[in-house]
Ligand binder design. Structure first.
Ligand code: FAD
Length: 280
């Protein structure tokens, strides 16, 4: 059985206390030998500076750190400046996204309409300087016209030069297997890293999942709901569910797992330990 890689996602902290916690989390997770870290980017570039600062702080510390970069509403000049700054600082991986439309903005306007346009833009200006990750949606992007159209949209990102993909999180492994099979049938062979969301807080997860179109299967939702405010039980059950999901993916040969850490080390570390991928 092939051992998958693992990588960790953070969001930029807003406060000094948040920074201190994130630095501590980074240190704990850096010790687990991840393939890379990534740092999210707010819709419409609202956290652009904080993403940049976080990446420039973390990247030299031994684990390659990839900024997420969204293109909706972006102008080519400032985007080029930002990409030059990243490259000159030794950043070699970018998560290239369209991003979500800020409220009030009409879809499809501006220089970049889709993530594919950003991928093509980075390839045109930087060739192979960056390894480009793109987003994938085994349960379909919520705004896609239909599943087939979403697959074609994904294929267009690969044709534009994406090197690998990270999925939206999911709890039904069949959605991932089906997605990867469909890509194989289309002759698309780039690695599709599974996005893994540890379950630690039900109400936040439910809100998130409704917004991004990630399904929480009924049998999981019902049990989490029944635990109410009992966060110990939510975490224990969530750990078992996600552990089983990861084990199923590993058995099937998933190339990598990207953990949405929510800036917490504990839940992700416990999963990797119980999967036998890192020492206790
Ligand atoms: P695209 O691939 O451009 O797709 C967007 C929609 O357009 C899809 O419905 C697709 O089917 C459709 N589409 C694409 N091309 C075409 C075409 N040629 N014709 C018609 N329709 C088309 N958001 C953030 O704001 N910040 C982040 O840091 C962030 N990180 C993320 C990380 C991961 C791993 C994932 C999975 C998502 C992340 N997101 C983030 C969310 C993402 O920005 C949203 O899901 C966004 O709505 C779509 O971005 P995309 O790059 O997938 O867009």
């Amino acid at each position: 059985m092939l051992k998958p890689s693992w990588s960790f996602e953070f969001f930029p902290a807003k406060t000094e206390a948040g920074h201190a916690k994130l630095r501590q989390t980074r240190e704990q997770l850096a010790a687990l030998n991840p393939e890379f870290f990534s740092v999210t980017y707010g819709a419409g570039g609202s956290t652009q500076d904080r993403t940049l600062d976080t990446v420039l702080e973390f990247n030299p510390l031994g684990v390659s750190t990839a900024p997420h970069l969204s293109c909706i509403g972006a102008k080519p000049g400032p985007l080029l400046d930002l990409l030059h700054e990243y490259r000159d600082a030794g950043v070699n991986r970018i998560v290239a996204l369209r991003g979500d439309l800020p409220s009030g903005m009409v879809g499809g306007s501006g220089h970049f309409r889709y993530a594919r346009d950003l991928v093509a833009f980075i390839k045109e200006h930087f060739g192979k300087d960056f390894h480009l990750e793109v987003a994938a949606y085994p349960e379909m992007h919520p705004q896609a016209v239909n599943y087939e159209a979403d697959l074609r949209a994904f294929a267009s990102k690969v044709e534009a030069g994406a090197d690998s993909a990270i999925t939206q999180y999911f709890y039904n492994p069949d959605s991932y297997f089906h997605f990867v099979d469909r890509l194989e049938a289309m002759g698309i062979h780039i690695p599709v890293i599974a996005g893994i969301m540890p379950i630690t807080n039900y109400s936040k997860l439910a809100r998130f999942s409704d917004a991004c179109g990630a399904e929480i299967p009924r049998w999981i939702r019902k049990q989490l709901e029944a635990y109410g405010d009992d966060s110990d039980s939510i975490q224990a059950f969530g750990h078992e569910v996600v552990l089983e999901l990861c084990a199923t993916l590993i058995d099937a040969g998933v190339p990598g797992m990207h953990f949405y850490t929510m800036n917490q080390a504990g839940p992700t570390q416990a999963l990797l330990q119980d999967l036998g991928l890192i020492a206790e």
